[in-house]
Design a protein around this ligand. Structure first.
Ligand SMILES: [Zn+2]
Length: 396
């Protein structure tokens, strides 16, 4: 069967003595028939689309919305203007739906939106009355109260240059260049911003949570995962992304050249859900950067071990056979485990439980801690069979 092609990565075909690697999956694969694994392999390796699992992520497309429709937007990075916040339909003001002045209800509103705390660049007490219940320049529909604080606007155009908004509530991820912070914002409610010098405008709450002020530099893209909630996202979006995925949606976890897949030290490695990867030969890949093969949420990050070990909890089959490890729940539904990583390297890259990472983002460094006999990366992907072959294809 045809494996997905990842261009530009060198194939390394040498058969080198495998590094020992503790893996607690003995016997798992043996009972699986060739027919069964072929079917599973084909399904998982070939899948291109994102599965809905409620897993948010930082991945964006720049000009296509989640339905694949293309928009011409002025730019995907540049300054963002500050749009003053409008009243939500959930707030009442002395029997009216909206404030009668810039000040009315402000304290209450700020406490609701968390806008009032610790925002150096936010305006001082500005409060814009609504424009007929619409946002700003008013080309769209009235946002629901839960969405309204996260509104943003752009001068959207379609492929032929006609003015068009994406569907109201379409989720975009705005990332501030200066702070690296990200916010999931609601697009499609409004045409704007008013001043053409800015690529977009966003509510005060958005700027507050990005920790930037009016005119701040941002990057904007449609959220690939439209299930991610509005608001600030605990997201390592600013992390270093060193590889771009090909059609498969995956990248090799080690940079070229010379990411070599070992033959595997037991059957589980040869046809199972795990693989050992080396750079060069022997011990010369200490400190090599490890990339997330696919975007997702960090669900495990363990860095207790400083050295190799072959006893106790990191002995083969015990609790920590891979020594230090990071596990990421990907937005395709797989969980990928990266093992034997260098102590504290993950946290140096901002990797901790709960953060989201992008495909190709640096998450840790190679080491040989745990039950290992040479520096290498152990990688294990849940429910994907023949990871060994998959990695060989990804990293060729
Ligand atoms: Zn291994």
């Amino acid at each position: 069967m045809q494996l997905p092609q990842i261009p530009g990565l060198k194939k390394f075909s040498s058969a080198w003595a495998f590094p020992c690697c503790g893996c607690g999956c003995f016997g798992l694969i043996i009972i699986i028939s060739i027919m069964a694994f072929s079917a599973t392999f084909s399904r998982h390796v070939g899948e291109q689309s994102l599965l809905s699992g409620g897993v948010g992520n930082c991945e964006t497309t720049e000009t296509k919305d989640f339905s694949g429709k293309t928009y011409k937007i002025p730019a995907t990075s540049g300054g963002i203007s500050q749009e003053d916040h409008l009243a939500t339909s959930a707030e009442t003001f002395s029997g009216r739906d909206y404030p009668s002045s810039e000040k009315e209800g402000l304290d209450n509103h700020l406490s609701i939106t968390n806008y009032s705390t610790n925002c150096s660049g936010c305006p001082k007490g500005k409060w814009t009355p609504p424009e007929g219940g619409l946002m700003g320049q008013g080309s769209g529909s009235k946002p629901p109260a839960s969405t309204e604080p996260w509104g943003m606007n752009m001068r959207w155009k379609d492929a032929t240059g006609n003015k068009i908004n994406p569907p109201a509530g379409t989720k975009v991820i705005i990332t501030a260049t200066k702070t690296g912070k990200s916010v999931v914002a609601a697009a499609g409610y409004e045409w704007g911003p008013g001043n053409t010098q800015y690529i977009a405008g966003a509510q005060n709450e958005v700027l507050h949570n990005l920790d930037i002020s009016h005119g701040g530099e941002v990057t904007i893209g449609f959220a690939v995962d439209q299930t991610v909630p509005y608001g600030p996202i605990n997201c390592a979006c600013a992390g270093e992304v060193l590889a771009t995925p090909g059609p498969s949606g995956y990248v090799c976890p080690l940079l070229p050249p010379g990411a070599r897949v070992e033959r595997g030290y037991n059957l589980a490695h040869r046809i199972g859900n795990q693989a050992d990867l080396n750079k060069g030969s022997g011990e010369d890949d200490f400190g090599e950067k490890i990339l997330a093969i696919r975007s997702g949420k960090v669900i495990y990050a363990w860095d207790q071990f400083a050295n190799r070990c072959d006893t106790g909890d990191c002995r083969n089959g015990r609790k920590y056979p891979h020594g230090n490890a990071v596990k990421i729940l990907q937005n395709d539904g797989h969980i990928t485990n990266y093992g034997h990583i260098k102590q504290y390297s993950a946290r140096q890259y901002g990797i901790e439980v709960g953060v989201y990472v992008q495909t190709g983002q640096v998450i840790a460094e190679v080491d040989d801690v745990g039950n290992s006999s040479a520096s290498h990366l152990h990688i294990q992907i849940s429910r994907m069979i023949r990871v060994n072959a998959f990695m060989r294809q990804l990293c060729k």
